[in-house]
Design a protein. Sequence first.
Length: 289
Amino acid sequence: MRIRRTWAVPLPRPAHVRRRGPGRGVAALLTVLLLGPVPGCREQLVPPGAPTPWPTALSRQWQWQWQLTGPLDVAADADVFLLDPVHTTSTETAALRARDRRLVCQVRVGSYAADDPDVDRFPADVRGAPVAGRSGSRWLDVRRWDSLAPVLADRLRLCRGKGFGAVALDDADGYLHQSGFPLGFDDQLLFNRRLARLARSLDLSPGLVDDVPQVAALAPDFDFAVNQECVRRRECGKLLPFADAHKPVFHVEYTGDPAGFCVTTVGYGFASIRKDRALDAWRDPCPLP
C-alpha cells in the first residue's frame, strides 16, 4: 500500500506541502548526522555523511515502523523508521536521530505521479502505462537510464538532506507489470543495480522493495529488503538470500493474526509487523526471537 508523493527537488514545492526541503546542491546537508540504533543494545553513531550501517550481529534484532500517512509517531517503539521523505519534516527526523533511530526514506524509482513537481523532467517517451490501483501514476521506461538518473538522483538527495541514511527503492519491478514497455528481467536487473550504486554514491544505504523474483540476484547489491505480504503470497522463502547474508528483511502483512505468521517470519529471521494498508501509525510487531 502506498501513497502518492510530491518531490521537492528541484522544482518549487506546492503550497499544500507543509515542509520545506533542501535546495539542490546544498552540500552541507549531505553531511547530516546519521542515526544509530536504540541505546543500550546498539553500536555508536556512525560518522556524518556515511550510509546507515546494518551490523550483522544485530540482523535478527531489529524492530521497525512503516508510516506514510497521519501524524508521525516519533515515539513508536522501533529501531528503524521507513518514512515519506517529503512529508517528514527535518524537525521530525532530528527528533528520531536524537533517539538513535535509523531512518529509511521510501522513493519511487520506476514510476511517477501526475502531481509530482518534477514530472516535467521526465521526457514523454519514458512515460508508460498507468500503474494499476494508483490514479495518476504511470510506469517509467527503466531502460532509459540517462534520462531518469538526474531526476532520481535529486529525489535521493532530498532524503540525504533531510537526514535519512538509507533508501527503500520502490516500484523497482516494472517488468512484472503492464508497464507499456517491453521490459525484461535483465533490463530491470541492470536498472536496479544502477540504483543501488547511485544510492551509495549519495551516502545512502540501498534497500530493495518487493521484486521477489530478483532477490537472489540482487541480494549482493542491496543492504536490506522490504517485503509486503510474503506470508499471504507464500513466497517468504525467496527472501532468504538476504536473511542468510545477515541483511535485514523488513516484512509487513496487512491481514492475518501475527500470532500465526510471526512463527514463520521470525523463524526466517525477518523483522515482521502487521499494519493497516493505510500505513498510518498503528502497528502490531512480532516479538523478537
